[in-house]
Design a protein around this ligand. Structure first.
Ligand SMILES: Cc1cc2nc3c(=O)[nH]c(=O)nc-3n(C[C@H](O)[C@H](O)[C@H](O)COP(=O)(O)OP(=O)(O)OC[C@H]3O[C@@H](n4cnc5c(N)ncnc54)[C@H](O)[C@@H]3O)c2cc1C
Length: 562
């Protein structure tokens, strides 16, 4: 088995890791797979899958050998791994239905069992033993591809350019492997710009499968080029459309799909929501050592797909037509999706302080997430974290591992009212973190990248200017409800009112048409629910978002039966 060959790119660290990445199935397991698909012969040199193919089938080798290869632009190929008898092809795309990132070629003729993706999903949903083996291998293989930059995407960018961070973050949060070339550091950058006829001013440049050259592309354009949403059927009426793929939306998707509903999720950016930008979540049940938000929500994303939920990426809801049934959710560009029930799980985002030139520095010194990608940008430097909530506390503790010093700026007198005790203790015990109370930023300065920050001490009223190249803004949450345009009742802060929170007047104004009152988590529109951070009264935690997403599905069932 090639897994033990140290010269192959995907050669695991240990035999047990090899067995998880490239397991050899027993004859009984192979017989169960064969019962779902078809057996066929394969000829030497036959290409079973090529880069960019969609509807990629799944192969189990009965005899002979197939190789997974990455073709290079110059026509050469890199061998990723070879699968012998009892081994199988595929990685995360088998679950998500996205396009192939590599080539699969027969290196020794023989026989395979072939399954279409739908047959594979049915197998995974009904055979727990095979589900565990296959899902684990697919996810581990994707992790290896990411760790080794083995993808179909090349990003050429610069740390001085805000768009670069956005593009890298979008790919990372979508679990898509890419190779990054930095204009300021990598000698090969100019040659690549010349090869693809682009200029340094065009960065970030994304080269998609060696063919399409995208200059500073939007996230939606990247998703389109990589075919993230191609396998999704938008034409029918879904049982349930979920808006937002943070923890609340993903939980609703998993519970909805496992219970037999046709589920379509719309996500305006990347799956994971705010939780996806958390460096380590330590208070979510079942993870005593903590888990990164990216990993937790990445698993939830795979789980939702496994049970058949469809998730559209970089396709936000722009309007809810709530005056007709089925409900219609507009997704921009004149297209829409229809649903018998809707769950609103659009969460919240950090409030942007009113600073004159804030947008100029977003991604170029001003950040709203503290993950390894941002931490890398400020190794050994002084950084500022603004905010007194748990997310700011987590960011400060995380950044203090690699930054020279973390300056925490809060408007109040301390952290006790806004932050969990365990985080306050870590901040107090960490000599690399300095807390500045009753202090706020009043100006940002710099040429291209952030260079200086002015802050005011509210006690003395004095304004100080200091050299800082990195500021993490993690202050107060604003609900993502602007797009609802009066469709559902909101509270005075713009969060969605549900169930018992809805007053008589709210229901009268919405012309609530039913004899029954709204269910728990139901909005002022029958069959439209709100869960997670976007809901008024929610406690703004991953666990409560997941809980609400799961509970709402039970009420969706009741609504669909009525
Ligand atoms: C840095 C950080 C660290 C945190 N750490 C912890 C922690 O340790 N423990 C804890 O319990 N909680 C933590 N939290 C809070 C927790 O992440 C949130 O409570 C949780 O993510 C809320 O989940 P949600 O699904 O309701 O909303 P979000 O996570 O906000 O997800 C909403 C999703 O909806 C999408 N969306 C918005 N508008 C639209 C639209 N119009 N169309 C389609 N999609 C849309 C967004 O892009 C987003 O992906 C942290 C938050 C942050 C920011």
């Amino acid at each position: 088995m090639n897994a033990s060959n140290p010269h192959l790119p995907l050669s695991p660290a240990s035999p047990s890791q090899a067995e998880r990445l490239f397991p050899t199935l027993t004859s009984a397991q192979m017989a169960r797979i064969a019962a779902r698909g078809r057996r066929r012969t394969i000829a030497g040199g036959e290409i079973l899958v090529d880069v960019g193919d969609h509807d990629v089938p799944f192969f189990v080798v009965v005899s002979g050998e197939i190789q997974a290869l990455r073709p290079n632009d110059d026509g050469t190929e890199i061998l990723i791994v070879a699968h012998g008898p009892g081994q199988f092809s595929g990685e995360a795309i088998m679950i998500t239905g996205r396009r192939a990132m590599g080539r699969l070629r027969v290196s020794e003729p023989g026989e395979v069992i072939e399954l279409e993706r739908e047959q594979l999903l049915a197998l995974i949903q009904t055979d727990p033993e095979l589900s565990e083996i296959l899902m684990r291998a697919f996810m581990l293989r994707r992790q290896e591809l990411i760790a080794r930059d083995f993808g179909d995407v090349l990003v050429i960018g610069s740390t001085h350019c805000a768009g670069t961070l956005r593009v890298k973050e979008f790919l990372t949060r979508n679990g898509h492997p890419f190779h990054y070339i930095d204009l300021d550091r990598d000698a090969e950058a100019q040659a690549l710009l010349d090869q693809f006829h682009v200029a340094a001013a065009d960065v970030p440049v994304l080269i998609c499968r060696g063919k399409s050259v995208l200059r500073n592309p939007t996230n939606a354009r990247i998703a389109e080029c990589l075919g993230f949403n191609e396998a999704i059927d938008q034409t029918g009426v879904s049982d349930l459309v979920i808006v937002g793929a943070g923890p609340a939306g993903l939980a609703a998707a998993v519970y909805g799909a496992t219970e037999g509903l046709g589920v379509l999720v719309l996500e305006s950016n990347s799956p994971g929501g705010q939780a996806g930008s958390s460096s380590k979540i330590e208070n979510y049940l079942g993870f005593p050592n903590g888990i990164s938000g990216l990993e937790l929500t990445g698993r939830a994303f795979a789980q939702a797909h496994k049970f058949g939920a469809q998730i559209m990426i970089a396709k936000g809801a722009t309007q809810l037509a709530c005056d007709r049934q089925p409900y219609e959710v507009q997704i921009g560009g004149g297209s829409s999706v229809r649903a018998r029930a809707v769950i609103l799980a659009t969460g919240a985002e950090y409030r942007r302080p009113e600073l004159a030139n804030l947008t100029r520095f977003e991604g170029a010194g001003v950040y709203y997430a503290a993950m390894p990608m941002e931490a890398q940008l400020c190794v050994g430097e002084d950084v500022i974290v603004v905010g007194g909530g748990n997310s700011a506390g987590q960011a400060a503790v995380f950044l203090a591992q690699t930054a020279k010093r973390v300056h925490m700026l809060v408007r109040g007198n301390g952290l006790a009212d806004t932050m969990s005790r365990y985080l306050i203790r870590r901040i107090e015990d960490n000599p690399a973190i300095e807390l500045k109370t009753r202090t706020q930023i009043v100006a940002l300065e710099g040429n291209g990248h952030l260079e200086r920050v002015q802050w005011r001490d509210d006690r003395a009223g004095a304004v100080e200017t200091n050299n800082f190249r990195h500021v993490f803004l993690m202050t107060g949450a604003v609900p993502n409800t602007g797009w609802l345009d009066g469709c559902v009742a909101l509270d005075d802060k713009g969060f969605i009112k549900t169930g018992p929170e809805l007053s008589h007047d709210d229901l009268a104004a919405a012309r609530w048409p039913l004899a029954r009152p709204p269910y728990l988590l139901e909005t002022s529109r029958p069959g439209v629910f709100a869960v997670g951070d976007v809901r008024g009264g929610n406690v703004k935690r991953v666990a409560s978002a997941v809980g609400e997403g799961s509970i709402a599905v039970a009420f969706v069932h009741q609504v669909l039966q009525q």
